[in-house]
Design a protein around this ligand. Sequence first.
Ligand code: TXA
Ligand code: MG
Length: 310
Amino acid sequence: MKTIITESVREAAGILRRGGIVAFPTETVYGLGAPIFNPSSISRIFEAKSRPADNPLIAHISDLSQIEDLTEFLPDYGKRIIDAFYPGPLTIVVRKKPTVPDIATAGLDSVGIRMPDQTLARELIEAAGTPLVAPSANVSGKPSPTTWQAVLEDLDGRIDCILKGETTRYGLESTVVDCTGGAPSILRRGAVTFEELKTVVPEITDVADNDPDKPKSPGLKHRHYSPSAAVAFYTPNAEKSESAYIGIAVPSCEFRKAKIVNDAGEYARVLYEFFRECDRDKIDKIYCEEIPETGIGAAVMDRIRRAIAR
Ligand code: TXA
Ligand code: MG
């Protein structure tokens, strides 16, 4: 299959309507989209990514009115979250309508919904005329793509089209919030922080309070976000000659490759692309500086821990 690279939303939407699967930019990471009411297109997403069939997809909308096509159960606190954070890097999980195909939600009776704060993404959804399911546009287990070139690196010849856009603004995936219970709880940390959510829904619980042996979000039990290189937290006596380093502090020794970032936001923005660069350079080990788990730092540390655990 030839993967078409285009800047035209019309062309990309035409490909979706004819049953193709299309990668597109969002403000978090690039997604790989298919119309939510087209199960055969959705099955092609699982195939292209080698994604485990038990990992549900997020529905992306361009207009709040589309929420009604996906769910009849939006709790009051869910409405408050939407008012405060949509469009934006946040996904709510709610009970799904029976019309939402099982393949989209991996058989769960809930569905994740997100409205991206990215013009191209919303234009594509609008032109397709339907919500699009979209996992991150990487081969399953690899770091999510933050550039269209990273999508091509993973999925060239496996998908029909890449809608070419800018490097993504946040660099890490959306925050996922479970809204199926009596109070909201964070399933995956992300660009909208726990602190920000607390100002709107003080009753929210953080991901750490969930039982790690029974992850409510199936994606959390799969290998995730890892480069081929081994990943470790930086310590001053790290073996450095053939290794790489990323962090805010300047390390005391020299590395083969080092990336110094200004703050946690930049750390989030460049982390996945740095992982990919290290793989291209055949680096064996990547040391990451530990940073405080406040604000976006909590999501950065979450992704590094998953890369270490792979
Ligand atoms: O920022 C993002 O969320 C990106 C962009 C493309 O929007 N998408 C993304 O999708 O990260 P994906 O498929 O790579 O990750 C979705 C996560 C997985 O951990 C999945 O298990 C969880 O969301 N999830 C999706 N639907 C769910 C549901 N119904 N219940 C629980 N967890 C769900
Ligand atoms: Mg993903």
